[in-house]
Write a protein of this length. Sequence first.
Length: 182
Amino acid sequence: MPSFIKEVGAWISSIAVAIVLTLLIGLFVFQPTQVLGHSMDPTLQNEQRIYVSKLSHTFHYEPNYGDIVIIDSRVDRPRDFMDDLMEHPLLEFLRGVHDENMYVKRVIGKPGDVLELKNHKVYRNGEALDEPYLNELMQFPVERKWTVPEGHLFVMGDNRNHSKDSRDIGFVPFDHVLGIKM
């Protein structure tokens, strides 16, 4: 009987270590996620699985222009470690919920950039962006202009006519950028 107890204890400790490592890797290094919706068509499709590097979030560096990022769209509230923990895929699976506040978008503007929507295009600092990933002309009712504040990004979906992004939610604070698509 004692060898059986040792065997069970060894299994339990191995499973516990695996769970802790899964949590740590998912919080700080990389994690899988799923695209929900069509805002990134044609680049990414609805329900497509992608992997996200969490290093930009862990080490607080800003993404590059054109990077596809995962953001917390609740830009009007501060984030803390508990947000990161509760959004971990393992805990979401155990709770049986998926956080619909996580968006997949593309970085269009960084701090200090002046962005304009005109002539069915996005202009950054006076120059039209070359965006071969778009599959249709962008439609908008009125020309708009923004200056990206310090510590924030401006993000947009590739399916511009069917995307809720910085045009709607506002500028995204760096700490709301949860990772970069690998």
